[in-house]
Design a protein around this ligand. Sequence first.
Ligand SMILES: [Zn+2]
Length: 281
Amino acid sequence: MDAPYARLEELEPGIARVLAHNPSAFTYYGTQSYLIGEREVAVIDPGPDLPEHIDALEKAIGGRPLVAIMCTHTHRDHSPAARPLAERTGAPIIGCAPLALETVGPRADASFDGDYAPDRVFEDGDELTVDGEAVTAVATPGHTSNHLCFAYRGALFSGDHVMGWSTTVVVPPDGDMADYMASLEKLRQRDDRTYYPAHGPAVTNPRQYVRHLVGHRMQREKQILSLVNDQTRDIPDIVANAYPALDPRLTVAAGGSVLAHLIDLERRGLVERRGEEWKAA
Ligand SMILES: [Zn+2]
């Protein structure tokens, strides 16, 4: 694919980007790692553990002091480069919490980076200073339970909570639709001027874009409710009806999102589960 892999792109003063070579149906052209600051810098979402990507990040840092390596969440396309970059530079890993993953049980999921070990965990509102200005954590659970966005100089690094190319995947048990919707509402209350997501182009109309995402999920919820109102259905049946012309690589993710909606609707007393089947309550 023709994309600016391993090249440092200046987006605005003090904000630059390096694209990792991990394109897929879930990552678009790949993970965008961001460099913030000028005289001193921090890296947001170092990305997958690919030596050429870590080389490109090291080159982009260019010997400037690296204040922190920050991760929005611990999916394998976001955090695995944190450790090798920390070893090369001596910088601390600061950001989202590690997830308590069991090798068996409800939370085990191959998409998580089980080796992630931060030096310091940020909670909502925690901040550090890069080049004289604050980077503030904004807790945004939903895509994952440990997801953080980072605010800096009026921009918001939105990770996978809000992406620039596609709606985000919310898959139980760690993904939670009610949390995701609450986290969208939280962003809607803010006045960030631009979002820089980990995948896809910058979002330059954040409020309008978030309103559109909320509307999209509410439409989807209505559609699922009406499907299980008609008759009792299992998830593959709901996916087949709700997502015509779906890229087959995304069938499992779509099923996860449907399940996330159903669990939320079940908690609200609107649907009931019978084994693998769901019906309106
Ligand atoms: Zn993710």
